[in-house]
Structures are given as C-alpha cells and as structure tokens.
Design a protein around this ligand. Sequence first.
Ligand code: SF4
Length: 292
Amino acid sequence: MPRGVMPRRPTKTGRHEGARLKSSAIAVPAGPGKGRKVAAKSLTSSASAKAPKKAALTAARNGASKGYNPTSPQRISDILKRLDQLYPDVTCALTHKNPWELLVATILSAQSTDVRVNMVTPELFKKYPTVQDFAKLEPQQLEPDIRSTGFFRNKSKSVVGAARRVVNEYGGEVPDKMEDLLTLPGVARKTANVVLGTWFKKADGLVVDTHVHRISRRLELTKNDDPKRIEQDLMAVIPREKWILFSHQIIWHGRKLCFARSPKCVDCALENICHAEDKTWSTVEKHKGAKG
Ligand code: SF4
C-alpha cells in the first residue's frame, strides 16, 4: 500500500460522518422512505450554496431531514425485504411438541434464554407429559425442575396455575383466543402472541420481547418504552400478514447481530437505513433518541 494511504474506517463515535459526507456520496433520508444519494461535489461547488447545504446536513444528522418519515410504507417495505433476505423462514426457538409445551416454555423463558429453557424442558416434559400432570402438582414440587431458568417460584405458580385453568376451564386444551389466554396465570400479551402466532398461526398482535423492544426503537418504529404501546405502534405500521414472521425475524436479529451492547452494525444488512443513536459503526447520520 502506498505511504500515507490508509483505509478509512468509521469510528465508534459516529464523528466520522462529517468527513464522510464531504468526501463521498451520502445517503440522506428523504420523502417517504426515499434514500437519495447526494453527490459530494454538488455540496461544495458554489460558495453561496454552502450555508444552506451545511444546515441541511446538520438537520439530517439530527434526524430532522425535511420529510423524513421512519415509518413510511417505503421504508417499512425496505426493512421487511431485508429481514426476509436475512431470516427467510425463522420461527420460535423454544422446543415444543404441542401448544401446552410451548406455553410452558414461553412462561419459563421470561428473564431467561431460549437455550437455557431448551435445556430444562425435555426432562420436564418427560417427567410430566401432560397438562393434567402439571395440574396435579403443588407449585413447590415443580420448583427444583425449573430452578435454573430463574424466578422459579413465580414461574412454578404460573405454570401450575395455568395448567389447572386449562384443565378446569378449557377441557385440557390450550385456548386459541387472546382473551382466553390472557386469563391464564403468568400469561400476558407477549406469551399469548407467541402461542397464537407460532402454534395456531393466528396474528392477533406482535410479540414484544426485549429484542423487539430494543430494535423497534433503534429502527425508529416506535418511540415508546411500554411493551403494549410498542405493540400498538408496530401493529399500525407492519402489514398484518407479516406480524408473526416479523416478530421472529427481529428476535433472531437481536440474537445474531443487534445486541443490546455493542451491536454488530458493521455486519448488519440494515445498516444504511438504521439511524440508531447507539450504533457501533455508521455510514449514515445517527438520530438522537433512536436507541434501545
Ligand atoms: S445497524 Fe446496528 S443498531 Fe441498526 S439494526 Fe443493524 S445491528 Fe442494530
């Protein structure tokens, strides 16, 4: 390599952006979802044009580009296409053979990992093969079997309570309606959406777990922090036929690349349409407040 020629690599701070904007083509989020390329030359060709263009670039860095709409149909479609390419047919990672097993595994996965839960459930379902077996237990009897998933006392109460209600109120069959699932102990919308979407293929809502929460905020699909509000925001912009797959794709993206700490932005296919404030590598402007 000739002396003095060093490859540029964006810094972790994002402060490289000014340099990049002057030296090459830049992507400025435009109208509904349109990323338009602006040639660097045109930014410096006339002295009189410098001031307003500089102001426009500053505005772009602040996420204030005129007309930029992070939830425009075109941007959403772009995000969905890229997710389809990255994760074409992903589904729930929790091992299960029937809706009861999926329900139990989902309850156990709270504040835990799917890997941990998948280590526990095979033995658990061998020991208690049916929902009726769980319904006969006292919560304390279940505790040792699920201890390693954390919060085992509450989870034991939830699983046994859910089993009793499924047996007593629903004839031993896990209900396939949101309003019924929500009556089961330990079941909130997240768990209900997992069961409805994954097993019953019913799109009643979107699963909002920690990954969906974080990445939806980074991608500016929501500004909310409350899972119910995030779900409503997502339901408003993601086409219903994509709700089930989108949730799984985002969860996988959170596991593979878009980590809570140090996301692997350099390897991310969404990088040039992601303006997250807490990106670790960026070729586009970062937007204040767009972070998990
Ligand atoms: S670019 Fe980074 S922050 Fe944005 S979605 Fe990809 S991994 Fe996440």
